[in-house]
Design a protein around this ligand. Structure first.
Ligand code: ATP
Length: 395
């Protein structure tokens, strides 16, 4: 049985629909990443799972129980936010124990002095002590239990925030961009730690991010969202290798997948008006579907860029192009190019980056800007998308 089911879940704020008919089944132990641009509705989805935002229509189930009307507390979830407000005057131990103490608090414990005494008593209770220590161990915080948050690094503080939200041993773990306030190195370390936590607790994780590296490295499945609609739900590999539409193809991958406007010619196909050799197979696909044009997608790493083509490859497709931009990244070079021969004077400054196509090639190859070249690729590296709807065309 799936641990989390979204059944036509819709959320509107007034007339504005933020989530439109979201349906998905998430299995026990899955690490689902909700990925998409700012404002696409990721946090709203997570807040609906947590019970912090009401669902407008549709059903949300934990196991076989409909939870639409359950309070956040009744749902038994852990929620880790982007900004982790730890209590600065409390030790790491007390911060982690806090949710357990609150579960045992009664109204009169809020009376001054009474609360402090009750808290100290509760901290000595063996079940609470055990849970705090077990959670601290899981997040490698045992050595820091008696420190205050200000004596911890950013990554350690974020681990305390994670510990605090999981100490109640929830069945579902929710994360809302928990790493976006950390620097690149810490983010990498925390990515590995959250994946390790998932492997240890073996529960369902739902993780919101707009960072494709986090999505690709951590998720067992990714839901790519845009405008409140799931564009594709699949494994990181599925999404990279068989994107469902142009949006997904461009959202995942760096640089984004190249998309060429291609049209049928007598001999095959042309891209951006430049003939493509050996393209009769694709032309055949277009004719069989009554299409005069198509969007051709090719990943940057699938191109070879040849400035002096000394050999011919009978199986490769190719077209003439000229280089416009070079980014040396060490191990590889990103070559920005335009289809067609170089004009007499190449105005490099005039080329807006979004007008270029990109190839990623080994760093040891050298190029000049403004040079004519031949761009080669294989038939199997081509993705076809409908020119109007942008949907993938299976061949
Ligand atoms: P980000 O990555 O920037 O956090 P997001 O994908 O998490 O974005 P949401 O926070 O879910 O996006 O917001 C989705 C849309 O819903 C946005 O257009 C937002 O303005 C709108 N929205 C969110 N909360 C409310 C609200 N309480 N009232 C009205 N509109 C809202």
């Amino acid at each position: 049985m799936p641990s989390l089911t979204f059944d036509n879940v819709t959320k509107s704020f007034g007339k504005f629909t933020v989530i439109n008919d979201f349906s998905a089944e998430i299995d026990e132990n899955e690490f689902l990443v909700l990925l998409g641009p700012s404002g696409c509705g990721k946090s709203t989805m997570l807040r609906m799972v947590a019970g912090l935002t009401e669902i407008s229509s549709g059903e949300l189930k934990f196991g076989d129980e409909v939870v639409n009307d359950l309070t956040p507390k009744q749902r038994g979830i852990a929620f880790v936010f982007q900004s982790y407000a730890l209590y600065p005057h409390m030790s790491v131990r007390s911060n982690i124990a806090f949710p357990l103490l609150m579960d045992n608090f009664r109204w009169w414990h809020h009376i001054p002095f009474v609360g402090g005494a009750v808290r100290r008593q509760l901290m000595k209770r063996s079940d609470i002590k055990d849970k705090v220590e077990r959670t601290a161990e899981m997040l490698e915080l045992t050595d820091y239990l008696d420190r205050r948050p200000k004596a911890l690094s950013g990554g350690q503080r974020q681990r305390v925030a994670v510990a605090r939200s999981i100490v109640r041993e929830p069945s579902i773990y929710l994360f809302d961009e928990p790493l976006s306030n950390l620097d690149a190195k810490l983010r990498m370390q925390m990515r590995a730690e959250i994946s390790a936590l998932h492997a240890r607790v073996k529960k369902t994780f739902v993780y919101v991010t707009h960072d494709q590296v986090e999505a690709m490295t951590m998720g067992t499945r990714i839901a790519v969202m845009n405008g409140g609609v799931i564009q594709q739900l699949g494994t990181p590999r599925d999404i990279y290798e068989t994107p469902a539409n142009v949006f997904v193809a461009r959202f995942i991958g760096s640089p984004p997948m190249n998309i060429f406007a291609a049209t049928l010619t007598d001999d095959g196909l042309s891209v951006d008006g430049v003939p493509v050799t050996n393209s009769h197979h694709i032309a055949h696909v277009l004719r069989s579907r009554d299409l005069q044009g198509v969007s051709v997608g090719i990943r940057a790493e699938k191109f070879s860029v040849l400035t002096s083509p000394v050999f011919t490859d009978p199986d490769a497709l190719s077209f003439a192009a000229h280089t416009m931009l070079l980014e040396h990244l060490g191990a590889e070079t990103v070559v920005g190019f335009k289809a067609g021969q170089a004009p007499e004077r190449v105005d490099v400054g005039a080329a807006a980056s979004h007008q270029l196509h990109y190839a990623r090639i080994p760093g040891e190859q050298h190029y000049e800007i403004g040079a004519n070249c031949q761009v080669r690729f294989k038939d199997s590296d081509i993705h076809l998308f409908h020119p109007e709807t942008g949907e993938r065309i299976e061949r």
